[in-house]
Design a protein around this ligand. Structure first.
Ligand code: DQA
Length: 136
């Protein structure tokens, strides 16, 4: 799982959009679900676009799939989209908030076009569904 910029501040940023849970709480919950099913969840967070790509590539060999939330880069990053296009594993993009109901700029989903699936607006539950989908 790779979370992008500002998601390290979950729980203390715009609670109306992103909820009350911290990133650590989210990571712990998901790790436990993965562990119960015989998988290990590796979790990363970065505020930088280049590092997001490095994390996708560095973990390629051992990953069964990826859960990503590129944050604001979802709407702008051709570089992350290109990296995703060369990833031949299941990738699910998650957005906590319903970006389609927010500002116009958030409605362009560049990186999602290179993913296998996208889950939007279900909060933390979206990550759990993404994990379930990758495991299954
Ligand atoms: C987000 C939506 C993005 O527009 C925003 O920049 C984020 C979080 C979400 O999870 O809803 O940082 O990806």
């Amino acid at each position: 799982m790779i979370n992008g910029p500002n998601l390290n501040w979950l729980g203390k940023r715009e609670e109306n959009h992103y909820g009350k849970s911290s990133l650590k709480e989210l990571e712990d919950e998901l790790s436990e679900i993965a562990r119960d099913q015989g998988y290990e969840l590796l979790s990363f967070q970065t505020n930088s676009e280049g590092e997001f790509i490095d994390l996708l590539q560095k973990n390629y060999n051992q990953a069964s799939g990826y859960i990503i939330n590129p944050g604001a880069y979802s709407h702008t990053s051709l570089a992350i989209m290109d990296a995703l296009l060369s990833i031949d594993k299941k990738v699910i993009e998650v957005h906590l908030s319903n970006v389609t109901a927010r500002e116009e700029i958030r409605q362009k989903l560049l990186t999602a076009s290179a993913c296998d699936g996208i889950i939007i607006g279900l909060g933390k539950k979206g990550y759990k569904l993404a994990l379930e989908s990758i495991i299954n």
